[in-house]
Each structure stands twice: as structure tokens, then as C-alpha cells.
Design a protein around this ligand. Structure first.
Ligand code: SF4
Length: 495
């Protein structure tokens, strides 16, 4: 069956990848049960917070150079624009690019529009964006409201394209459509594949596509050692970079959760092979990743030389860090595959990973050949107890951390860091997804952890003055008191 379908919308993750939102057990069992498509995942009577697919789509569309975005939504759906604007400015500065400003307009759908229609507002917003920003493409992001009223964004996009003579690209990322907010990544990539990617005019044998979040520039110096060029996608990419990504020798990404859909679709539709090993986090995964890249770019010998040289270079400091960090316990909270990335670095630093909490879990991937970072982690670091799938929910995580009491908490999303800090746990925020790649990434990670541990007293002081909003009843109850086990059987047979 084809991965990329010539339809306006991509199928949601629950159906495509049998993604789940809850699990508690250990890593090995999760991996085995995932393969059997039979994971025990209790529902919940209570949800404290959530996110939505539109937010994940924005992480991609807001940062395409020379693009504007229309959020066809009530104004509240655009709450994420300010942090993305700040991120865009910071990353463009870090990468030596012209300052990136998010160019976005909300169509501000209101109650009346949900009755009488909002197509006029959408068209007006498109033409206003054209006048204000002079973009070269406009993304139209759907929302719950536009989805519920059945807005015909395809026709509106076509009408606007006829007038503007550049692509107007609908992104179907309605929040209600999927419980797995990462569906928004797939929705944005599907829109890009449909309307912006072009067949290759020529092949560039030294060009590697790297799908990443808007992170720092670590891949260019890293792949320079192999004499390779990097095409960073999609945040901070130009429309030309996106159109010609089919010219690359291969496609890699920093995280399965982000980019397995687009990578598999590119291989299927345009013959750009996907690197099918876990991303370069931790020494063993970096070795394998380099070898895999070298396979597609005909430089196997050079790759082996680089691996030997890099091992020799980092060894003295690595040994010291391993000695200093030996046995420290770590708990990791992150998106699904990125938690595995961080755990694989922690293993190299002699840390004891005593638990993981991932925001969702895909039971399988687009193809059987794609990398399975959970399985790779188990192979590399052994089984991990206390594995949970939990879509943030601080009320649960607080309890888990109070029970487990790790020496360090690692989080991918900065807004999760206060949870650890309020409990007096030194917390490292890995907000920049590119920062810890490669051999230097392991050293940098170790240095930051050492520095963090010296500040333990600061976290203890914060905890002494922080008041948690939970009642003594909750504190005395089990972390799983709000589990709805009646849903368990229903959800365990995932179709
Ligand atoms: S699209 Fe839906 S779920 Fe997302 S922010 Fe808007 S109303 Fe909320």
C-alpha cells in the first residue's frame, strides 16, 4: 500500500501507526507488545492539559522562509505565535541567516462565522497577508472550527492561487481530529509534499537532507568531516531548498516522531533513500548513522577513518565524565523517539536511566525497515523499568517523580522543567533538538549535567519555597488513581 496518497489530508497517527497515549510497564514489554499490536493502555478519567496538532504543524510552517501562514481559526488557537517568533529570531541568528520573523494572520473565526461560514474571512486574510508580507507561498492552517463547519479550503486555495500566482497550501491539522498532536507534523509535511516539492532536476551526491526542529547548526560542522553538505529542513529552509530536496543523496532526521512520514514518502515518491538507523545521539548510534550516510554517499572508507579519529579525540574527556557521573539516576520526559535519543546518550555517560515518560508511542512505523529507536535503545542500554506513555499531565508526573526520586530530570520541552524544579530535582532542558548530536554532543551533555549537579542546592531552595496545588488526598493516592481500566480491553486491541 502506498505511503503517500494523493489526497488533501494525511491519515491520523492513531490509524496509520496505531499510536497510543497511555502505557505503564517496562521498555522490553512495550516493544514486544507494540510488535504484536497489543499494548495494554488504560484510559483516564481526568486530563489536566493537552496540546493540539495545529501547534505541531506551526513548528514547521511558521519557519519556512518567505512564507506566510493563515490560521483559519478562532484567535485563541494562535496562542503559540509569540514563542515561535522568538525561536525563529534566535535560530536564524544562531545559523547566521537574516532575521526570521513569523508572518502570520488569524482569520479570527467567531460564533457567527460558524453558522454563516468563514470563507470570505479566509480569502480576506489571504489577500491581507499577501499585501502585508509579500510572501512567495501562503499556508492555510485548519482548526477545529474550520473543520467542524466543513470549510472548503481546497477551493479557496485554488481561487487565491489564480490571483496570486504562487502556491497557497492548505494544512489539515484540525485539533479535534487526532489525540496524537504529532499528527500535525504529518499534516504539514503532507501539504509540503503535495504542493511545494518538485522532482529532481539533477542529483547532488554530497547533499544530505536533515529534517529537524528549529535547532542550532550542529550538523554542518559534523558532516563537514565527511565532506558532505547539509540541507536543513524544514524550519529555516527557503522554498528553493524545499522544492529541490529530491536532489539529495539521502534523508535523515533527528527523531522518528517528527519525520518518518515525510522521509518514507520521499523515498517512495522520489527515490531519495531514508537513513534507516536511529539518529546520531550517543556514540554507538552516531557510528552507525555515519556508516549509513556513507553508504548512500560512497565514502565508507572515510567514514571508518572519521569514526576512529573521533573516538580517539573524545576518549580522555569521556572517561572523566563517565567517572564523575557514574551511577547517577536519571528520569527522562520527552516526545516518543527523542526520549530514546536522550537515554542513549545517558547510557554512554554511565548514568542509570531509571525511567522514561514519552508523550505518545507509535506501535509501528510507515515501513518495516524504518529504525525502531526503542528497540535499538534496549539493545544498546538494556531494559528500562518505569516506562510510561503519558501526554504531559503534571498531576501524574509529579507523583511519579516523588516516588522514583531521580538525581536528575531530563526534559525536552522547557515548559515541563518547572515540574522537576518544584520538587528540588536538578532538571536539564534539552529544548534544542540538534544540540547533543554526534560525539561532541555526548561530551556537551555530560558537561552540562555536571554543572547542573553542582547547582543542586538551588533546586532544593526552589522546592522549599514552591507550593504544589495538589491536595493531601491526591498525594496519598496512587499515581494511577485516575486510570480508567474499563477502557483497557477496548484499547488494547488496536486496529
Ligand atoms: S485547533 Fe482546536 S484544539 Fe487546537 S487550539 Fe484551536 S480549538 Fe484548540
Amino acid at each position: 500500500m502506498s505511503i503517500y496518497k494523493d489526497t488533501a489530508e494525511v491519515e491520523i497517527r492513531e490509524r496509520r501507526l496505531d499510536a497510543i497515549l497511555s502505557y505503564r510497564g517496562d521498555a522490553k514489554t512495550l516493544n514486544i507488545q507494540s510488535k504484536e499490536r497489543k499494548v495494554s493502555c488504560p484510559g483516564s478519567f481526568y486530563s489536566q492539559c493537552s496540546q493540539c496538532a495545529e501547534g505541531c504543524a506551526e513548528t514547521i510552517t511558521y519557519h519556512v522562509i518567505d512564507a506566510a501562514v493563515i490560521s483559519h481559526a478562532p484567535i485563541g488557537c494562535s496562542v503559540g505565535v509569540s514563542p515561535r517568533h522568538i525561536l525563529g529570531r534566535a535560530v536564524s541568528k544562531n545559523r547566521g541567516l537574516p532575521e526570521h520573523k513569523v508572518q502570520m494572520i488569524s482569520s479570527n473565526i467567531n460564533e457567527e462565522d460558524t453558522v454563516y461560514g468563514a470563507s470570505k474571512k479566509l480569502l480576506a486574510a489571504i489577500y491581507e497577508a499577501d499585501k502585508r508580507f509579500k510572501p512567495r507561498t501562503i499556508f492555510l492552517q485548519a482548526s477545529c472550527a474550520s473543520g467542524i463547519i466543513g470549510e472548503d479550503m481546497e477551493s479557496i486555495a485554488k481561487q487565491a492561487e489564480e490571483k496570486l500566482h504562487y502556491p497557497v497550501v492548505p494544512v489539515y491539522c484540525e485539533g479535534f481530529k487526532s489525540n496524537i498532536w504529532s499528527t500535525g507534523f504529518d499534516a504539514a509535511f503532507h501539504a509540503v509534499l503535495r504542493k511545494l516539492v518538485r522532482p529532481a532536476q539533477k542529483k547532488q551526491r554530497d547533499l544530505v537532507n536533515i529534517f529537524n526542529f528549529a535547532g542550532s547548526d550542529t550538523f554542518i560542522p559534523f558532516l563537514h568531516k565527511l565532506g558532505l553538505q547539509v540541507n536543513y529542513l524544514i524550519p529555516m529552509a527557503t522554498l528553493e531548498q524545499i522544492a529541490s530536496l529530491t536532489e539529495a543523496a539521502c534523508t535523515a532526521h533527528i527523531c522518528e516522531t517528527l519525520a518518518t512520514y515525510v522521509a518514507a514518502a520521499l523515498e517512495e515518491q522520489y527515490g531519495v533513500p531514508e537513513v534507516k538507523v536511529p539518529p546520531p545521539f550517543g556514540i554507538d548510534w552516531t557510528d552507525e548513522w555515519i556508516r549509513e550516510i556513507a553508504r548512500y554517499t560512497d565514502r565508507a572508507e572515510l567514514a571508518e577513518q572519521v569514526i576512529i579519529q573521533e573516538h580517539e579525540r573524545i576518549q580522555p574527556e569521556l572517561e572523566k565524565l563517565r567517572e564523575q557521573l557514574k551511577g547517577k539516576t536519571v528520569y527522562i520526559m520527552s516526545g516518543d523517539a527523542f526520549a530514546h535519543n536522550l537515554a542513549n546518550i545517558a547510557k554512554d555517560l554511565n548514568l542509570n536511566v531509571i525511567g522514561l515518560s514519552t508523550l505518545h508511542h507509535d506501535l509501528h512505523f510507515e515501513t518495516k525497515e524504518q529504525a525502531n529507536s526503542l528497540e535499538a535503545l534496549i539493545k544498546s542500554a538494556g531494559n528500562i523499568e518505569n516506562v510510561r506513555v503519558c501526554n504531559k499531565q503534571p498531576y501524574r508526573i509529579i507523583k511519579v517523580l516523588q516516588d522514583i526520586k531521580p538525581d536528575v530530570l531530563l526534559v525536552r520541552h522547557p515548559n515541563l522543567a518547572p515540574i522537576g524544579m518544584k520538587l528540588g530535582i536538578p532538571t536539564l532542558s534539552e529544548g534544542d533538538g540538534n544540540y547533543s548530536i554526534g560525539y561532541d554532543g555526548v561530551l556537551k551533555f555530560g558537561r552540562r549535567l555536571l554543572e547542573l549537579l553542582t547547582a543542586k542546592k538551588l533546586f532544593v531552595n526552589i522546592a522549599a519555597h514552591a507550593r504544589l496545588p495538589y491536595s493531601s488526598w491526591w498525594k496519598e493516592n496512587s499515581v494511577d488513581a485516575f486510570d480508567d481500566n474499563t477502557q483497557d480491553n477496548e484499547q488494547s486491541i488496536v486496529i
